[in-house]
Design a protein around this ligand. Structure first.
Ligand code: URP
Ligand code: ZN
Ligand code: ZN
Length: 455
């Protein structure tokens, strides 16, 4: 099966030109002006931008968390991602404390195998680093192609590890060339503030926000960067939200520590005033919480400067009835919000259309950087000969409005209801197959592949 995409404006992390793309099977086989080839199908992309497929390296699909499961599974979550131009996601395996990494891997494989519409990989979250876990690291990297290890400095009793485990893990991961990523907030401080607010009868979603002030994140980010610097491991801070945390890694870079950051689309455009609306604020209860406008400005500047290298979503959706688990106590609201479908369009609209970033930077933080950082480039994140034909045709001028009534995520509200977006995903190609075409669903459950990664 071959596909010719004619006359599109091809935009990569370093280029911007008009040409034809010829795809044979799953990969790009030729790029040029007026290609003279026989194709099974031709798409005219005149007037459209052509981007490499988006990569969202921070999602939680079908994840057991806070007494329930995130409401998108591999099928619904990756399908929704494809509708938004994200052709690949990286999900998180969570080790159960007291059990092995292999046990956790098998659980996640059981839920994902044969179910995804889009391509995916895993990060391995190490929640219990001990001599047995240590022995598993090399095989997880070399045999399973899972090269990034997630750690939590919060969620004590469930996911959090202490600094001694952190340093031990970093040393072992470094030995095998992998990377350590982190949810960097000070868990003990947060637990203290949660307990204080509850004891004072302060139970509304606003107190979720007030229990995680900026200092909890800047302190942990600085501590993580210091440990990464000491061990020499490559460090990556997930879902960075605020100026203080950004400054912590700016400081670390002055000491030559190798730590970079990801932010998420919500932290670039939503702010903590959403928590003032009584229980409605539960839609945005996530950790870390939304911050202030000054933090949005800092994060945009971090992107412009190249310190914040990735824009993800931390997609972790819960239906309204699940959010109601915390109606009388903010600490029981499942943490997370739905965004997997909207990341690329929102980033284009807020970033490119509003003049904050240029098109090449957009492609970098939407796709190429994640492919490079997580060991998949140039198979993914690139429009080049031999790369996977993961392609998005995009109309930069079409305006539309986001709503739960039209989205494809398995959640009964939108965290972006009524937001008007400039720019629309028109056609999505995943490894040579047209999977979305002008809002038409051509996805297939099981077509999505697990992508092994390299160190
Ligand atoms: O609120 C969030 N972020 N939920 C998912 C788990 C995590 O911390 O990333
Ligand atoms: Zn987190
Ligand atoms: Zn997360």
């Amino acid at each position: 099966m071959s596909l010719l995409i004619k006359n599109g404006r091809i935009i990569t992390s370093g280029e911007d030109y008009v040409a034809d793309l010829f795809i044979e099977g799953e990969t790009i086989s030729a790029i040029g002006k007026n290609l003279n080839v026989n194709a099974d199908r031709t798409i005219d992309a005149t007037g459209l931008m052509v981007f490499p497929g988006g990569i969202d390296p921070h999602v939680h699909l079908d994840m057991p968390f806070m007494g329930t499961y995130s409401s998108d599974n591999y099928e619904t979550g990756t399908r929704a991602a494809l509708f938004g131009g994200t052709t690949m996601v990286i999900d998180f395996i969570l080790q159960t404390q007291g059990k092995s990494l292999r046990h956790a891997l098998e659980q996640w494989q059981g839920r994902s195998n044969g179910n995804a519409c889009g391509d995916y990989s895993f990060h391995m979250a190490v929640t219990d680093f001990n001599p047995d876990t240590k022995k598993e690291i090399q095989e997880i990297i070399e045999k399973e192609g899972i090269t990034s290890f997630k750690t939590f400095m919060a969620y004590k009793g469930a996911l959090m590890i202490n600094d001694s485990q952190m340093v031990g893990l970093m040393q072992e991961v470094k030995r095998h060339g992998g990377m350590v990523t982190v949810h960097a907030t000070n868990g003990d401080m947060i637990d203290h503030l949660v307990a204080k607010h509850r004891s004072e009868g302060k139970m509304a979603p606003l107190y979720h926000y007030l229990s995680q002030p900026e200092v909890t994140e800047s302190e942990a980010s600085g501590r993580f960067a210091a440990m990464a610097g000491y061990t020499g491991v490559r460090g990556y801070i997930v879902h960075m939200t605020c100026e203080g945390a950004l400054n912590a890694i700016r400081d670390a870079s002055k000491k030559n520590h190798n730590v970079i950051a990801e932010t998420c689309i919500q932290y670039l455009m939503l702010d903590a005033s959403l928590y003032e609306n009584n229980f409605e604020g539960a839609k945005w209860v996530m950790s870390p919480p939304l911050r202030q406008k000054k933090d949005q400005a800092a994060l945009w500047s971090g992107i412009q400067q190249g310190t914040v290298q990735v824009v993800a979503t931390d997609h972790c959706p819960f239906k309204w009835e699940q959010k109601l688990m915390g109606k009388d106590d903010f600490s029981k609201i499942p943490n997370g919000h739905p965004a997997i479908e909207h990341r690329m369009e929102l980033l284009f609209s807020e970033g490119v259309a509003k003049g904050r970033i240029d098109l090449n930077r957009f492609v970098e933080v939407n796709s190429t950087n994640a492919a490079k950082i997580f060991g998949m480039f140039p198979k993914k994140g690139s429009i080049g000969i031999g790369s996977d034909a993961d392609i998005v045709l995009f109309n930069p001028n079409e305006k539309h409005t986001l709503s739960a009534s039209t989205h494809h995520m398995n959640v009964d509200y939108s965290a972006y209801e009524g937001v008007e977006v400039t720019g629309k995903v028109k056609t999505v190609v995943l490894r040579g197959q047209v999977v979305v075409d002008n809002d038409k669903d051509l996805t297939t459950r099981g077509y999505g592949q697990f992508i092994k990664r390299q160190v």
